[in-house]
Design a protein around this ligand. Sequence first.
Ligand SMILES: *Cc1c(COP(=O)(O)O)cnc(C)c1O
Length: 381
Amino acid sequence: MSWQQRIGQALETRRERGLMRQRIVNDGGNARWITVNQQQYLNFSANDYLGLSHDARIIHAWQQGAERYGVGAGGSGHVTGYSHAHAALEAHLADWLGYERALLFISGFAANQAVIAALAGKDDRILADKLAHASLLEAANLSPATLRRFAHNQPASLQRLLAAPGAGETLVVTEGVFSMDGDRAPLQALQRITTEAKGWLMVDDAHGFGLVGEQGRGSCWQQGIKPALQIVTFGKAAGVSGAAVLCDETTAIFLLQFARHLIYSTAMPPAQACALLAALVCLQQADDRRQRLADNIVRFRQGASDLPFRLADSDSAIQPLIVGDERQALTLAQRLRDAGCWVSAIRPPTVPPGTARLRITLSATHQAQDIDRLLESLHDA
Ligand SMILES: *Cc1c(COP(=O)(O)O)cnc(C)c1O
């Protein structure tokens, strides 16, 4: 088979199953609105939960950073790409979240890949929640370690896997708030049984950071645990992009030697680090925004309770409506768009087969009338 045949066949299979993914060009937007083909929609698909992507303070910090440092880092952090802006952001993050060290990465995807690739050896095992993010499961799959998955949010299932003796070290991997279901991991129980088995817990808090816990410190702070490795990402509540790994001093030094995504990649632009430092201050002061988001979540869940679809058990900004059938999910998303609400249908393989859904995300910038319009459209659709 030639490359062309292989590629053609893969696409054909996708097309037949109605699973083709397509990008949509938007003409601008924010956490509340999105404009596509000159048409304005209410945006219920963004991860910009607090609306910080358009915050004037963060934009200003980015502009000032660019004036001072230029627009690019000019190299890997291991060469000449590591500036005072990066160092200040790392120090602030570590201090705020109660860790010895924070290391910046260009994205959450890269951070997860780098940490797992650097740590996991041949005799080790990675025990991951079945619904953990693609970046975690893929890294675990590519590593020489053995990957086992435990039932979603079931400490007893993890306990059974831990009971089997392992030759090497054990890394338990989960998320704080799950990206496709919006539910929270029972972090205390997971931490306790992982520690009993002398393993390390790694929590990816992409959807909890900035949103839950005192001042938005995230899921681990909220549940009173300090896992060996915590990943926070800045593309969601912080409204920017990038990520950080929080760990102890020795692990940070180890990652600086062995995390290839850090060593062989251009560092985050220093101006972005300036913007992120401003974003952290905004997050710390965002109790009013978090309250508005919480109000929107309650309003949505009350109004959606009598819809003929299963509303996921989520108290987060991620409010999935489980439709089941893939094509029906697509049809529904289209009807909502016709009614002026931009909602994404999420289909397998991103979610398990038979659980196609509308992944509705709410933001602090939505007004009560926006939520009501979405609910009306859902009832009509
Ligand atoms: C979005 C997300 C990532 C990836 O983060 P990026 O910074 O967007 O690369 C990783 N893990 C989870 C759980 C996510 O939701």
